[in-house]
Design a protein around this ligand. Structure first.
Ligand code: ADP
Ligand code: ZN
Length: 217
């Protein structure tokens, strides 16, 4: 179905990376690796990694590069990643991108494509602060743009929906600033590598998803 299998989804918080990654993983068999989801899970289960990450995640800052990189390296070497993977939320700094390269090399892989999701700032803030997530299957909804059929309940699994604490207005604005300072330089980095493709993330997922499929063919 696709020509490109080893992927990074890049873009600011709220640009739709996670939503599109879930759809793509469902349809293509690529593994969706969301570092944010992994941290929320570890924090929820109170693991050692969760304890180390908690303060950073809650405040909207970044978890230290070595901690994230080690975790992603281990995840990528699991056998379910053989058909391909979608990295969502990693790398987030130039240093992480520098660590990813040799980690992939060691397991005989390389990136095929970096999809850069673009959306205007005001829309990002609106999307983040109205976002609600299923506590069971982590499907994303939005109170303004894509509400569930029944208030507070997941359409797919009936799980309870909740707002992420870091989606409060202040923390969302902080995360957008951190994105601009630390993550945006990756656009140039991957453009120079010749594997960057930008897509319009400001549309609904019904419009954006086919565009993403198109660039991966
Ligand atoms: P977003 O909606 O901001 O894209 P994520 O779910 O990807 O949110 O990430 C939530 C939080 O997890 C981040 O604000 C950060 O604290 C932490 N995190 C996720 N990925 C990374 C990473 N690659 N490096 C450092 N911290 C990360
Ligand atoms: Zn659900």
């Amino acid at each position: 179905m696709l020509n490109k299998h080893n992927l990074v989804f890049l873009g600011p918080p709220g640009a739709g990376k996670g939503t599109i990654a879930q759809l793509l993983a469902r349809d293509s068999g690529l593994v969706h690796i969301s570092t944010g989801d992994i941290f929320r899970n570890e924090i929820g289960s109170g693991t050692e990694l969760g304890k180390k990450a908690r303060g950073y995640v809650d405040s909207g800052g970044l978890v230290p590069d070595d901690l994230v990189s080690e975790m992603v390296g281990a995840r990528l070497s699991r056998p379910d990643c053989t058909p391909g993977f979608i990295l969502d939320g990693f790398p987030r700094t130039l240093n992480q991108a520098g660590l990813l390269k040799p980690a992939l090399c060691r397991i005989g892989k390389k990136l095929d494509c970096v999809v850069n999701f673009e959306a205007p700032y005001d829309l990002l803030v609106k999307r983040l602060t109205a976002r609600i997530i299923c506590s069971k299957c982590v499907t994303n909804y939005n109170r303004l743009f894509s509400p569930p059929q029944k208030d507070g309940v997941c359409d797919l699994c009936q799980g309870a929906l909740y707002s992420r604490p870091d989606d409060s207005l202040d923390t969302a604005i902080d995360r957008l600033r951190v994105y601009k300072e630390q993550t945006e330089p990756l656009i140039e980095y991957y453009r120079d590598e010749g594997i960057l493709v930008s897509v319009d993330g400001s549309q609904s997922k019904e419009i954006t998803y086919p565009m993403v499929l198109e660039v991966l063919r």
